[in-house]
Design a protein around this ligand. Structure first.
Ligand SMILES: [Zn+2]
Length: 266
């Protein structure tokens, strides 16, 4: 199904800035998933890593689909074990010049609040790696936006850049993130009927927003509950277009430009 024939003609395209399509959920049909997304106007898909185990899959998929899939390296806070320092070291032994960002990293106090100190330490270590390599970071937060903002603020003078992926905080938090020079990652939650996110995102300048699916999770309406895939970024862009009362092509141009600038993809 071609969603955006018009888009392909005008050479404007969508980017999914956050998709875990290297996971087992896509094992049987990854080629179809990527070609469907391409036909739907999604030309680039950014792959955040989770832990040491997922590194080969992230790197392999990026090698196989060059100039479509772009790899990141990082240790996700939900996968922190006691030996997280060693795991971070081992993950970054795979570092190469193709890595576009450090992610996903961050703080998750929903799944675990007991190891906050370790999570904070892992985040600081990986922020330092990003600064050393002049790369942006992709941040995961859950019940932890304020705590994460506080840690990221420590690096303000070192020009750390990045995105708060799948943002679900309030307007004050969004403003703090933007003041830090970070972008707001907007995904399927924007389309959920019971979510307050649309009221916040409608007040945020588009220059601070990038779009993402977080595939296979968080499918937008009307596909909520099903496996998510990069093609569905179309549904999120359309929702943003309605909220900001701007033509879809403008939304796509601005948000894709934001992604290209942050991750230096061009
Ligand atoms: Zn993610």
């Amino acid at each position: 199904m071609v969603y955006n024939e018009e888009l392909l003609i005008m050479d404007s395209y969508l980017i999914d800035s956050h998709a875990h399509i290297y996971l087992k959920d896509f094992k049987g049909d990854i080629k179809d998933v990527i070609s469907r997304s391409g036909e739907g106007g999604v030309k680039k898909i950014l792959l955040p890593n989770i832990n040491l185990e997922t590194v080969p899959a992230v790197l392999n998929l990026s090698n196989k689909f060059k100039n479509i899939c772009y790899p990141m390296l990082g240790l996700h806070p939900c996968y922190l074990k006691e030996d997280y320092k060693e795991e971070i070291d081992e993950i970054f032994e795979n570092f190469n010049e193709k890595i576009i960002a450090i992610g996903e990293i961050g703080i998750d106090l929903f799944r675990s609040s007991k190891n906050f100190n370790n999570q904070a330490d892992a985040l600081r270590i990986q922020c330092s790696i990003a600064i050393k390599n002049n790369l942006p970071i992709v941040i995961h937060t859950r019940n932890s936006v304020d705590e994460t903002i506080e840690i990221i603020s420590e690096f303000k003078k070192q020009n750390l850049r990045g995105v708060f992926h799948c943002f679900v905080g309030n307007f004050i938090q969004a403003k703090k993130i933007i003041d830090l020079g970070f972008l707001i990652g907007v995904g399927g939650i924007l389309t959920f009927k019971n979510s307050n996110l649309k009221n916040i995102i409608s007040q945020i300048n588009l220059s601070n927003i990038i779009l993402e699916t977080d595939s296979p999770y968080l499918s937008p309406e009307p596909k909520r509950g099903k496996r998510n895939e990069p093609l569905n970024i179309n549904l999120i862009a359309k929702k943003l277009s309605l909220l900001h009362s701007l033509p879809l092509k403008n939304i796509i141009k601005i948000t894709s430009n934001n992604v290209n600038n942050l991750f230096k993809l061009n």
